[in-house]
Ligand binder design. Structure first.
Ligand SMILES: C[S@@+](CC[C@H](N)C(=O)[O-])C[C@H]1O[C@@H](n2cnc3c(N)ncnc32)[C@H](O)[C@@H]1O
Length: 321
């Protein structure tokens, strides 16, 4: 329902004021009766409100489905109800039985190969990642002192949302966003929009081959969770090779609890973990599991800084020698 509302642009169409279900059906070229039933269902979950019989207004929650507004989740809705997620999750029983991701089972390729071959889907994915990242950038920039680094590489930095916020808040720092060509396709625009393009390189590449060398800090936000242990150690080892002796690595990830409880934050982590199983074939990990991977790559976990009120932590890492 949320996905279909996002596809049809219902929130954008209601942004200027309430409309009847019939008017929405006409604008969206949908069948009036089913569209009315959809909008009524959206009212039941608080995304719209029926202000008079048959006439619907957007709520604050529904506004998150508008495009290009702060806090928008429209691309997340487009992605999570879209064909790749839907079909991949439909294979969850197979994934639990075999460990094979749903995406690989259905589409015959890994998530990032799929995105490389589908630029329109990659643009939605990159924007969805930026929406997720946008939720925590302010918190991250205030919780961690990035001004002590001269230069920072964001490995798998996507459209540059994270790097843009760090550079905007730290005028003395230079950055680079490193990602596959499909990952960085929107980065130039994003970095220009936040006014830091002149201080940020955009570097296409593959972290299974190599990573740009000798930066003071390497950020990997939501990277390691996409991969199995062997692939993760390969990525971390390539980062270690690129690091100088006092470089830091910062993994920004959900750190799974040792024991799961029925709390909203644990639930978010568990859903993310299932999503890693269904789609890229990775997993969310505990701090101990991160320590084990880091040790195998010649690195050491120095400290873990939880971002308050979120399920996300910054894991600070150094080279062993
Ligand atoms: C889950 S997204 C995270 C994006 C961003 N760091 C964030 O948190 O919003 C994973 C990123 O890894 C990139 N990626 C996947 N495989 C890669 C590879 N082999 N080399 C470099 N980047 C890769 C993807 O293109 C994508 O941007």
């Amino acid at each position: 329902m949320v996905h279909v509302a996002a596809e049809l642009g219902i929130a954008d169409r209601l942004a200027t004021g309430a409309k009847t279900a019939d008017a929405l059906a006409q604008e969206t070229d949908t069948a009036p009766v089913p569209l009315r039933r959809l909008v009524r269902a959206l009212a039941s979950i608080g995304l719209v409100e029926e202000v008079e019989p048959g006439r619907f207004a957007l709520t604050a929650a529904g506004s998150q489905l508008r495009s290009n507004v702060p806090g928008s989740m429209r691309n997340l809705a487009l992605m999570f109800g879209g064909e790749r997620a839907w079909k991949s999750w439909g294979e969850l029983l197979h994934s639990v039985r075999t460990g094979e991701s749903g995406t690989r089972r259905v589409f015959g390729v890994g998530s990032f190969e799929y995105l490389a071959a589908n630029p329109a889907q990659a643009a939605i994915f990159n924007a969805a990642m930026a929406e997720n990242t946008g939720r925590i950038t302010e918190l991250l920039v205030s919780a961690y002192d990035f001004s002590r680094f001269r230069n920072i590489v964001d490995v798998g930095g996507g459209d540059g949302t994270l790097m843009g916020s760090i550079l905007a808040a730290n005028a003395g720092v230079r950055g680079a966003v490193f990602d596959l060509p499909s990952g960085i396709a929107q980065a130039e625009q994003k970095l220009a929009d936040v006014g830091v393009f002149a201080r940020c390189a955009i570097i296409p590449g593959n972290f299974f081959y190599s990573v740009p060398e000798a930066a003071d800090a390497y950020l990997l936000k939501m990277i390691i969770h996409d991969w199995d242990d062997e692939q993760s150690v390969a990525i971390l080892s390539n980062c270690r090779k690129a690091m100088h002796k006092s470089s830091k690595m910062l993994l920004i990830e959900r750190v799974m609890p040792e024991r799961m409880e029925a709390t909203p934050i644990h639930q978010q982590m568990a859903m993310a973990d299932m999503n890693m199983l269904a789609m890229p074939g990775g997993q969310e990990r505990t701090e101990q599991e991160y320590r084990t991977l880091l040790t195998a790559a010649g690195l050491s976990l120095e400290r873990t800084i939880p971002l308050p009120g979120t399920e996300i932590s910054v894991i600070e890492v150094r080279r062993n020698s």
